[in-house]
Design a protein around this ligand. Structure first.
Ligand SMILES: Nc1nc2c(ncn2[C@@H]2O[C@H](COP(=O)(O)OP(=O)(O)OP(=O)(O)O)[C@@H](O)[C@H]2O)c(=O)[nH]1
Ligand SMILES: [Mg+2]
Length: 202
């Protein structure tokens, strides 16, 4: 992984962005659509890259590079998916990330409720303090996707928003069809841009 090669701003003593720092932790219950969403995001700036909807459960962690519109300070987002089966040890990955993308399956009310419970429990974690969180309500293409109002009440959206100590946003997405995929990428870029520069040791 290489640094994006932009000069350090030595005079005002801030560290520049490294292109090899982990940006976002992608978590959510098994089968919510994390892997497919990552594939979809990876295809946005690589249109020749086909998105294969057939996936296998992620049994560990996978770190993926997602290309974004080249910015003077970076050209990609580093995303780490931790499989749903790893939920008991998601916390081990909180410290390293700069933002969290939490994926919920919008077709399964019971799973959505359980997932929201997990999210509610993890948001106050010390290592996530002040970090932005994007809640992705995925699979909205499916005919059995629940209406947004029903989902909001099932997952207790106002409470989740109150509990998050950083910025909290929600997007309805279809990783399968690509609905709102650009909006997810824009969110990732914005949260990378809005992160605080680390002070340089003098
Ligand atoms: N209809 C529909 N199916 C989807 C969508 N996103 C994912 N799927 C399907 O849901 C299944 C599970 O998707 P994955 O991306 O493997 O789910 P995951 O969250 O990575 O699951 P784990 O790795 O086990 O935690 C696959 O069959 C996908 O093709 C979507 O937006 N719409
Ligand atoms: Mg997966």
């Amino acid at each position: 992984m290489a640094c994006c090669g932009v000069q350090n701003l030595k005079h005002n003593k801030v560290r520049d962005y490294d292109d090899d720092e982990l940006d976002v932790l992608i978590i959510g219950l098994e089968g919510a659509g994390k892997t497919l969403l990552i594939r979809r995001l990876q295809s946005l700036h690589n249109p020749s890259r086909k998105v294969n909807p057939q996936t296998f459960p992620t049994s560990g962690t996978e770190t993926n590079e997602i290309a974004c519109q080249p910015h003077p300070r970076f050209s990609k987002i580093w995303a780490r998916e931790v499989g749903g089966c790893m939920a008991p040890i998601w916390y081990k990955y909180y410290e390293e990330c700069r933002s969290v993308l939490f994926v919920i399956d919008a077709t399964n009310g019971q799973a959505a409720q359980a997932a929201a419970g997990q999210l509610q429990a993890l948001l106050p974690h010390e290592s996530l303090k002040g970090k932005p969180c994007l809640l992705v309500l995925n699979k909205i293409d499916a005919t059995n996707a629940l209406p947004r109002s029903e989902l909001d009440s099932l997952i207790g959206l106002p409470k989740l928003m109150d509990t998050c100590t950083g910025r909290f946003d929600v997007l309805e997405v279809s990783a399968l069809e690509g609905k709102n995929d650009w909006a997810v990428l824009a969110w990732l870029v914005e949260s990378k841009l809005s992160r605080q520069s680390k002070p340089q040791p003098s």
